[in-house]
Ligand binder design. Structure first.
Ligand code: PLP
Length: 394
């Protein structure tokens, strides 16, 4: 098979290209309708009408109230705002000072929880996962106890490295029964899983626009009415005193448009990508020497295929794929240029010698059956060549 004419992008969990309609929707708000939405004059009012419209669109798609949508700058900000804001406010009201989260959270949650432990006097309980990368509900029940000392529980909806979907409905129900606030990081779930908060028992849910074909630099935090919350961005009275700072109207308009599109297309797109994902998983497990699936085979995002390949280092595979015209990822954190075993693979019990061979292929709008066929032809050759040329020294 000859080199593809365009890059085959298989890193949609890292970021997505903007949907052209979302890009078009936001464009006038940079130049034509540039007003500050807090201004009284007509130029400002034009912006505040757009802001209110975007908030309404997102709220309707979530089955929430517009007042429950807070605009943020990214997923990391939403996670920080929720964790810090809820933990501090709930502790002030009740004295509860324990935070419960899982071992496979994104660093936006884990590092924030550690900061609250190390610098703000909270206790921290980290929930383990099973070998499929799913938090067992019994672990949540045990960790919660009677819930009286728990300030907040935060468990992600779907994992970014292994695509495993967490039982947030059950976790949320347990929390609700005990009066414990529950936050979920839905950054990887938005546009791929239902975010109907009339049915999901979540008090807070954070997202990031650039993961669902919206712009980088925008996100939203859903915060259920009545949830204890102390803003961590203080200043003006924007976002009803919950997130100070002039709202980024163009990006918010683009995000609302992108969210509308992904939600509308979700059932068909999931079904289409599931077929491609299953081809990737089936063929890679069969034809790539040493490949093993990471994360659940059944409870996983339709767009997500992830593996460890024993006997190779991810970097070599990714460079060879890149040279062959395929953009993929290891799915593991790369800290200061040095590949360190990912905390997620560690939590799954993957031995360090295999964890260096992580490979994540995440599908999206642009991917076709031809893309998948090309990767499935190239990858076994690449792995065989690397193994033949230089065995990994560990
Ligand atoms: N949470 C999860 C699960 C993610 O995958 C990411 C980004 O990769 C984030 C949070 C952070 O989002 P952002 O890049 O918008 O700050």
């Amino acid at each position: 098979m000859s080199q593809p004419r365009r890059t085959i992008y298989l890193d949609h969990a890292a970021t997505t290209p903007m949907h052209p309609d979302a890009l078009a929707a936001m464009q006038p708000y940079f130049s034509e309708f540039y007003g500050n939405p807090s201004s009284i004059h007509g130029v400002g009012r034009r912006a505040s009408v757009a802001l209110a419209g975007a908030r309404r669109t997102i709220a309707e798609l979530l089955h929430a109230k517009p007042s429950e949508v807070i605009f943020t700058g990214c997923g990391t900000e939403g996670d920080n705002a929720a964790l810090r804001g809820i933990a501090l406010a709930h502790r002030e009201a009740t004295g509860a000072k324990r935070i419960i989260t899982s071992a496979i959270e994104h660093h936006a949650v884990l590092t924030t929880a550690e900061d609250l432990r190390d610098h703000f006097g909270f206790d921290l309980t980290i929930l383990p996962v099973n070998s499929a990368g799913v938090v067992p509900i019994e672990e949540v029940v045990t960790a919660l106890g009677d819930g009286k000392d728990v300030a907040v529980v935060s468990v992600m909806y779907a994992n970014n490295e292994i695509g495993a979907i967490q039982p947030i409905g059950e976790i949320g129900e347990r929390c609700r029964a005990l009066g414990v606030p529950f936050h979920t990081d839905a950054v990887q779930a938005a546009g791929k899983l239902p975010l109907n908060v009339a049915e999901l028992p979540v008090d807070a849910l954070s997202t990031s626009a650039h993961k669902f074909y919206g712009p980088k630099g925008a996100g939203f935090l859903y915060l259920r009415s009545g949830t204890p919350f102390q803003p961590f961005m203080t200043g003006g009275s924007h976002e009803s005193n919950r997130r100070a700072g002039t709202e980024n109207v163009p990006l918010i308009v683009g995000m609302a448009k992108a969210f509308e599109i992904v939600e509308r297309e979700r059932p068909q797109e999931n079904a289409r990508l599931r077929v491609l994902r299953d081809q990737l998983i089936g063929s890679i497990l069969e034809n790539v020497d040493g490949a093993r699936l990471t994360g659940s085979a059944t409870q996983r995002l339709d767009s997500h295929a992830s593996f460890v390949i024993s006997g190779v280092e991810a970097e070599g595979v990714l460079i060879a794929l890149d040279l062959a015209g395929v953009a993929a990822s290891s799915g593991s954190a790369c800290t200061s240029g040095a590949q360190r075993p990912s905390h997620v693979l560690e939590a799954l019990g993957v031995p360090a010698r295999d964890a260096v061979g992580g490979l994540r292929l995440t599908l999206g709008h642009s991917n076709t059956p031809e893309d998948v066929a090309y990767v499935l032809q190239k990858l076994p050759q690449i792995v065989a060549q690397i193994k033949g040329a230089a065995p990994v020294m560990l």
